[in-house]
Design a binder for this molecule. Structure first.
Ligand code: ILE
Length: 121
């Protein structure tokens, strides 16, 4: 099975909760879901809750989250996000690249979920 984000809209405002509205395919099932959080990434993670539990997928613990751009980059640089995860005794990291820093984090999360899905079979 494979996980694919078909659509994702994130809205944020100063002193407002962020929200995420997603359409997600896991294997051959398509989910529509939404979530709220204190930032766009948090809202996205909340939106994953139902699709993941329905698919019997668990989320590892998020240990660290780093966002950076290449040296000499400017405001329009590509962002790289590296997320450190922990599951039982095991630690690992995944990375995501996107021009939008929240989507770089989302990309890294999807990569981690695909690794777990592929390990499951
Ligand atoms: N809470 C923030 C957000 O949702 C960060 C997530 C800390 C890693 O964007």
């Amino acid at each position: 099975a494979h996980i694919e984000l078909l659509n994702c809209s994130i809205t944020s405002g100063l002193d407002l909760e962020s929200s995420a509205n997603i359409r997600l395919r896991i294997g051959d099932k398509v989910y529509k879901s939404s979530g709220h959080g204190n930032g766009g990434f948090d809202a996205f993670m909340k939106a994953l809750d139902h699709p993941l539990s329905d698919s019997k997928l668990t989320m590892p613990e998020l240990i660290d989250y780093e966002v950076r751009i290449p040296p000499g980059g400017q405001a329009n640089a590509l962002t790289e996000c590296v997320i450190q995860w922990a599951d039982d005794a095991k630690q690992f990291h995944t990375r995501g690249v996107n021009s939008n820093q929240v989507f770089a984090g989302i990309q890294a999360t999807l990569r981690m979920l695909n690794v777990r899905l592929h390990q499951r079979q």
